[in-house]
Design a protein around this ligand. Structure first.
Ligand code: ADP
Ligand code: G6P
Length: 489
């Protein structure tokens, strides 16, 4: 261990993810405004404070000129962020195309409509080439900033080609890769034309991590069935080289949420919300407006609940906060109009002159407003059709210390494995089941709510993002030491 100011120096960590924790908007030739990015990956990694970390990624904006690039690099350096500049064509082919139109739906078991499927088949090769080029650009930036002893932690489906590129630069680099989405069954993964190349690149890493044991198992089966490698209890072995594969369930910085509830600003927001919705139970959905989140299914289940329970119609309100995401991808545009159409129809059907049953906002909320909303909620609805973990469910639980509201949670979210005993688990495709669960949650006696909440609260406050990152990095260091010992033997 190295020393700094009489204390052991923190481990230097290069976090590499497609998206930086801040997204940039240009305000002038050389001035930039930075705003927090939204998404589970950013939320979890912001809670990681035990390391001397730098974050390498894309700032979500095209910057074609040198003046702009220099100014943005300087502004980001203050946030310990290092930009990778991607031009419009690469973003179109790599991010909108290969990442979000091919890998994302495939990993979440969602099929594209027939016409999109054919178009995707035609453009597949050019998008995959762009994906590899983009990954190489990330590798170049990592390589420029790498210092001996650094841990390089690559994240998510955008960067599956990165471990291989990094090891080609320097085989001694300590490289970990973590997937924030589910990894599909090998039967699904094998339909991907680039199936082998992607797997081979990932296993160039020293440690490969997933949210759940099931996703890790799917990955190992894909390597054994598609690449013909040997799966071992530790991971995957290729000609004597072991890549360790394991589950590292992510968490949140729970203390930040628990503490926020007592802040005067949050209390003020809570007071306003309580006045605004006095006499009604509050149900809440907070999601990126993404097809995996099952937002139309959630709203249809709420409609069914209102249909079957007229006594509740003027006593409950559903607040759905859905921040737009990946708006250049046609599937996401279609989803937005679909959700608007359903919400409009249901509000027309059940609304009165003074109140509507669904408040749908297409926007993100700031941290304090979000915490207040979580805290005043009676029932949270997380109905993902499939979701790597789902941190909204964790955030809701962390903010419910006094209210002890009920969490209705999709059995297809990774979080079902950790919060399953406290939540009401549902199949989001079965809207009759979800409607019945809404009724059950609203009628739930306080002792049952208390018991369920305690179970979840304990999990969320003990399995934090800090613990997740510390475990991953220490396992990565151990893996490398063990590999060195094995080669010496
Ligand atoms: P995903 O990573 O797929 O977006 P998660 O539930 O794991 O799903 O993480 C979503 C993160 O984004 C959470 O930290 C949540 O607070 C934040 N988020 C999602 N929607 C909104 C919104 N409308 N306003 C503010 N934050 C949001
Ligand atoms: C999920 C992905 C992240 C991604 C986030 C937001 O959480 O796992 O990698 O950053 O969604 O999506 P976006 O495309 O806006 O980065």
């Amino acid at each position: 261990c190295q020393w700094q100011d009489g204390r052991p120096a923190k481990q230097r960590l290069l976090v590499v993810a497609n998206r930086l924790p801040v997204s940039a908007t240009r305000k002038g030739e050389d001035s930039w405004q930075l705003e927090m990015s939204v998404g589970g990956l950013v939320t979890a990694l912001l809670g990681v404070k035990e390391f001397d970390a730098r974050w390498i990624g894309w700032a979500g904006v095209n910057v074609p000129d040198d003046v702009g690039q220099r100014a943005l690099t300087k502004a980001l350096a203050e946030k310990r962020c290092i930009p990778v500049f991607l031009d419009e064509e690469i973003v179109h082919q790599y991010y909108n195309g290969y990442c979000n139109n091919i890998l994302w739906p495939l990993f979440h078991y969602l099929s594209l409509p027939q016409e999109d499927r054919l178009a995707t088949t035609r453009s597949f090769q050019s998008q995959f080439d762009a994906y590899k080029r983009a990954n190489q650009m990330f590798a170049d930036v990592v390589n420029q900033h790498y210092e001996e002893g650094d841990v390089v932690w690559c994240h998510d489906y955008h960067l599956m080609f990165l471990p291989k590129c990094l090891k080609e630069y320097n085989s001694k680099m300590k490289v970990g890769w973590f997937l924030h989405t589910p990894f599909p069954s090998s039967e699904i993964h094998r339909t991907l034309p680039s199936r082998s190349e992607l797997l081979r690149s990932v296993i160039a890493a020293d440690l490969v991590g997933f949210h759940t044991y099931d996703y890790a198992r799917h990955f190992v089966s894909a390597c054994t069935r598609i690449l013909g490698l040997e799966g071992t209890p530790e991971g995957v072995e290729d000609q004597g080289k072991l890549t360790r594969v394991a589950a590292f369930p992510i968490g949140i910085d729970s203390e930040r949420f628990v503490r926020a509830i007592d802040l005067p600003l949050v209390q003020e927001h809570m007071k306003e919300l309580k006045q605004r919705f006095a006499g009604r139970k509050v149900m809440l959905g907070v999601d990126r407006l993404d097809m995996i989140k099952g937002i139309p299914q959630k709203i249809l289940a709420f409609e069914k609940f209102l249909e079957e329970n007229p006594q509740w119609r003027d006593k409950v309100v559903l607040l759905q906060i859905a921040v737009p995401t990946r708006t250049d991808v046609p599937e996401y545009q279609k989803l937005t109009s679909q959700v608007h159409e359903i919400v409009g129809r249901i509000n027309g059907r059940f609304g009165t002159l003074t109140a509507v049953p669904i408040h749908h906002l297409d926007r993100s909320l700031d941290f304090h407003a979000l915490c207040a909303l979580y805290a005043v909620t009676d029932v949270a609805l997380v109905t993902s059709l499939r979701d790597g973990m789902n941190l909204v469910s964790y955030e809701f639980v962390a903010c419910q210390a006094s209210k002890k509201g009920v969490l209705i949670l999709s059995e297809f979210a990774g979080a079902a494995q950790s919060l399953g005993a406290g939540a009401i688990l549902v199949n989001p495709w079965n809207i009759t089941d979800v409607a019945a669960s809404i009724k059950y949650a609203l009628d739930m006696p306080s002792d049952e709510r208390e018991k369920r909440h305690q179970h979840n609260f304990k999990h969320v406050t003990t399995h934090t993002s800090q613990e997740w990152a510390a475990t991953f990095v220490s396992e990565l260091n151990d893996t490398i030491v063990e590999a060195q010992l094995r080669t010496r033997q």
